[in-house]
Design a binder for this molecule. Structure first.
Ligand SMILES: [Zn+2]
Length: 268
């Protein structure tokens, strides 16, 4: 769906989406930027039906919902409520709670606010989201709960290797990308970096030789301590050793850095 200009101020938002029809018009314009096109026959003329959200093709009679394929499909809630909720969820930093949303929008049932919030949060992960830029820190870690049935602390069974890339913005953090990886070898890590970080970005990593291809791939690679002996994430490491993180350890590994706090805009 093509992105139309979206109001940047609350005053503009209030003017623009004052009623159901304005919201519906916005959705229709987003869906058919060149004008209505029937999904069945391609016809360009449609009747607007009295029943909400429906367009009926003048040529073949096929009815198409303006909200089909959106999180508002088959909704019984007013579109204005969806739009206001979307505005608040998108603009509220560091993230709005269901209770806050309920209060701000005067929603009587908490369940409705919770439902709106979770639908919107899921939808806000844009599939075409951009690559991380500027200065980025990349790392990888094993995560997963402790399993008493495992063969001692050195058994990786049940743990997942997860790569993390975080934009460094001053003392805080910017956008974050996470990806489960099958291994921490050079090809896999380069693939992760290329899928998440824009070319020519500054990439901070530790001294792990798995990041050895980054400079050759056009990144400004700055290993934190190249003198460190190369560690092997897939090798046996005692629990608590670097590279063997438990989720609750993420704070500890970079005590002064970003991983301890949830990044702006991420669901919590
Ligand atoms: Zn048609």
């Amino acid at each position: 769906m093509e992105r139309l200009a979206f109001p940047v101020s609350i005053v503009e938002f209030q003017h623009r989406f004052a009623g159901e029809q304005a919201c519906l018009d916005y959705l229709a314009a987003s869906r058919w930027p060149q004008g209505f096109a029937c999904p069945a026959c391609g016809g360009g003329t449609a009747w607007v039906l009295a029943r909400r959200h429906l367009r009926e093709c003048a040529a073949c009679g096929r009815q198409t919902s303006v909200t089909a394929g959106t999180i508002m499909d088959h909704t019984h809630l007013p579109l204005t409520l969806w739009f206001w909720a979307a505005y608040l969820v998108a603009t509220h930093t560091p993230g709005i709670s269901a209770v806050q949303l309920q209060r701000q929008l005067g929603i009587s049932r908490y369940e409705t606010a919770w439902y709106l919030l979770h639908k919107l949060r899921r939808a806000m992960i844009a599939p075409e989201r951009g690559l991380l830029t500027g200065e980025v820190e990349a790392d990888e870690a094993f995560v997963g709960g402790r399993n008493s049935a495992r063969r001692g602390g050195r058994d990786r069974t049940g743990k997942a290797l997860v790569a993390v890339a975080v934009e460094v913005r001053g003392t805080g953090s910017g956008r974050v990308r996470l990806q489960a990886l099958p291994a921490a070898d050079r090809d896999t890590l380069l693939g992760f970096v290329q899928a998440t970080i824009a070319p020519a970005a500054i990439v901070h990593t530790d001294g792990w030789s798995g990041y050895g291809y980054l400079a050759g791939a056009g990144y400004d690679h700055r290993p934190v301590n190249p003198a460190l002996p190369p560690r092997r994430p897939e090798a046996d490491l005692a629990p608590g050793a670097p590279g063997d993180l438990q989720p609750q350890d993420l704070d500890r590994r970079h005590p002064s850095r970003h991983l301890g706090q949830a990044p702006a805009g991420l669901p919590r």
